[in-house]
Design a protein around this ligand. Sequence first.
Ligand code: TXA
Ligand code: MG
Length: 318
Amino acid sequence: MASIGQKVDTAIQLLLQGKLVAIPTETVYGLAANALNEKAVLAIFETKQRPSFDPLIMHLSGIDAVEKYANWNDARLKKLATAFWPGPLTILLPKKEIVPDIVCSGLTQVALRVPNHPLTLQLLKALPFPLAAPSANPFGYISPTSAQHVNQQLGDKIPFILDGGECGVGLESTIVGVEGDELVLYRLGGLTVETIEALVGKISLRLNQSSNPLAPGQLKSHYAPRKPLFMGSFKENANNFPNKKMALIAFGKIEINNSHCSIYNLSEKADLNEAALNLFKLLRLADESDADVLLAEYLPKQGLGLAINDRLQRAAEK
Ligand code: TXA
Ligand code: MG
């Protein structure tokens, strides 16, 4: 198993040697390597069993580092990065030569983000290179929001997990780019549509096209638990499984008394931030429980509710 610790120095030494290290961020844990070292980046793909057509986000120490790796092509993206970095925002920009093709899966744009976690910021500032890091889960499985989650699934494949506690946001970053003059959102995440639009105006949503060459990682079956998951009203869904053990991913006050159903409540007080924090953890617990099927009800279709519904929907579309 990997060793787990809080020593940034250990992470620095391993990353300098081209090894992989799992790192905490405010969104989810990442599986990091030197983004400028092709061999190290290849090891990320192998360890996650991630298809090579699915590009990686490059993590930077600060906004000043952007110009080394990409060209700013839109004032709105710069405004967003200035306002929300470090934070759960990833922007797509035309890449410079120095970024290896393997990081971007051969695309002309690179995904950049400054994560908001004190240990990882310290790490990024100490390293002479940026970190390529996808979420630290086997490809297609639920993203990890604690060092223990990473250890359970990738612990035997990596030397070290930098333990920064539980992730504060719990959902991956929101991915934004431009197409012509149009500002486009490719992945709903920890930064809400409303917050983005309040700063830079209208943004078009272009989610979930598994055939979309711009965001090939937006495959439908992402975030999937191993057990089947069904979305919709509990009352309607429960009737379909009269003899099964059910686990309900719920939100807010619920009054369900069904001896075949255990409840995993994302937030009893119906708080979307709390629900985001709990989503991946509870999905894992439900998946590991003795339930035969998982059921989930839609959350309010606003703010982080949109991103949470999106994750649940993808988990259901296995
Ligand atoms: O919050 C996050 O973004 C976390 C933490 C670790 O930073 N990372 C994360 O990485 O969620 P990953 O690899 O699980 O998801 C990155 C997404 C993928 O859907 C990928 O296709 C997309 O970003 N992406 C990366 N580079 C891209 C590029 N050059 N063009 C289009 N999409 C890109
Ligand atoms: Mg991922």
